[in-house]
Design a protein. Structure first.
Length: 440
């Protein structure tokens, strides 16, 4: 059983201070892409701070900037009161992908950071063995990464970060590549080490897209908005460790975060969180099976058309990056509304849930034509041409006037998927050609 300890953040000078940081990438003819905009944060001794948001909101970019791996386009980052100009021994990083050298043993992988610092072999072996013992991998010192489970490999990455005794530990979604049970075990173990004061670090800054993970682990949670990435809310978690997911205060906080992350923002001409307007709206490539599945889940018992997102996500085993794009696509198509952490089916959404295959396709085609400008634009061009054909390249070029090549590709794939389902228009992949072959 873990000792119940409430660590208080030191009110002294911040270990890390981020001031008005922006990160802007030049996209050539497509213009520039702002990934981060005017981000401010302080990380103080004695606290775990979470950066919570969906993929693409700039969280990992900010983490890499704090690690000294990326230089921000604007603003400043300081560590221990001095400007950060590159990687420093006082900051260590644990990555999502483990990043182990497969030809090195566990011991050799953990020793790497010390070797880079010029520590003598005997001393670095002693320190590495202590770190391996701390994270519970003693006995596996001579094993190679291929012999370890995902959880064990992540423990090696953690030991490699801790062995250099950094003041700040940065973690970039360290549990997202693991199965649910392994991730829970590692979270619990890490919090136990932290609350018992056994980790040789002063503060932790972690990136996550898992709301419950953030509430379980963090003293403060910074919620990131997207397009561009920015901090839209700061939440203090004043619950002692260990925390109980079933505690009413825990559930209330999770609900509050869901509500903040589903609050309506953006241009008044549309709902949701997809950037752009008109045919330039950047769309996620969400399958119609997922869209229909979520409608059916919300329409069924016990929700009857309106569901609280946290229990719905738990029931469907979905996280933010899985649930929100599906729910927001339903909102864009006006099959559902998102507000206050709830999803509620609209009248067309309820008709879709109760309809047969043909009725569903008809409804979907109607909503594509009205609420997805790119789909309507493609159909209009096909209707106007005597051949009822148009090269997809033409529409990609139009999209790339509004967004990057990758976003344009994803957006076009989304519209193709949705139009095929609705039989709104057809697409020949071999010829890269849109046609009216299927629609009546």
């Amino acid at each position: 059983m873990s000792t119940v300890i409430t660590r208080k953040a030191d009110t002294a000078t911040p270990l890390v201070s981020v001031a008005r940081v922006s990160q802007i990438y030049d996209k050539g003819a497509a213009g520039s892409l702002t990934v981060l905009e005017n981000v401010d944060l302080d990380l103080r001794p004695g606290e775990i701070v979470g950066l919570l948001g969906r993929s693409g909101s700039g969280k990992s970019t900010l983490l890499r900037a704090i690690a000294g791996l990326v230089r921000p386009s604007k603003g400043t980052i300081s560590f221990a009161g001095s400007p950060l100009v590159g990687p420093t021994a006082g900051i260590a990083v644990v990555f999502q992908s483990f990043a182990l050298f497969p030809w090195l043993t566990v011991l050799q992988n953990v020793e790497l950071g010390l070797e880079a610092q010029g520590v003598l072999p005997a001393e670095r072996r002693k320190s590495a063995l202590a770190a391996i013992d701390l994270i519970g991998l003693d006995g596996f010192e001579s094993a190679y990464p291929k012999e370890l489970s995902g959880g064990m490999r992540q423990r090696v990455g953690l030991a490699r970060a801790l062995v250099v005794h950094p003041r700040v530990l940065l973690m970039d979604e360290p549990f997202s590549a693991l199965d649910v049970l392994t991730a829970e075990t590692l979270r619990t173990g890490l919090i136990d080490l932290w609350t018992e004061g056994r980790m040789p670090i002063e503060s932790i800054l972690m990136v996550t897209h898992n709301i419950e993970e953030a509430v379980l682990m963090c003293d403060r949670i910074l919620i990131f908005g997207s397009n561009p990435g920015r901090i839209i809310a700061e939440i203090r978690v004043d619950m002692p460790q260990p925390r109980n997911r079933l505690d009413p205060a825990f559930r209330t906080l999770v609900e509050d975060i869901y509500a903040r992350m589903t609050a309506r923002t953006g241009a008044p001409t549309r709902d949701g969180h997809f950037p752009g307007t008109g045919i330039g709206i950047s769309l996620p490539d969400i399958s119609t099976n997922l869209l229909a599945g979520l409608i059916e889940a919300v329409a069924a018992e016990p929700y009857r058309g309106k569901a609280d997102l946290p229990p719905l996500a738990a029931e469907l085993h979905l996280e933010i990056d899985d649930l929100f794009p599906v729910a927001e696509t339903l909102q864009l198509l006006r099959f559902a509304e998102l507000e206050g952490g709830d999803i509620k089916l609209t009248a067309p959404g309820l008709r879709f849930a109760g309809g047969d295959v043909d009725e569903r396709k008809r409804l979907f085609a109607q909503h594509l034509a009205i609420y997805v400008p790119l789909a309507a634009h493609i159909r209009r061009v096909l209707d106007e041409r005597p051949s009822h054909q148009a090269p997809a390249r033409r529409f990609r070029d139009e999209l790339e006037d509004h967004m990057s090549e990758d976003y344009a590709d994803t957006t076009l794939k989304a519209v193709i998927t949705w139009a095929r389902y609705a039989e709104y228009f057809a697409y020949d992949e071999n010829a890269d050609l849109f046609t009216l072959e299927n629609p009546s």
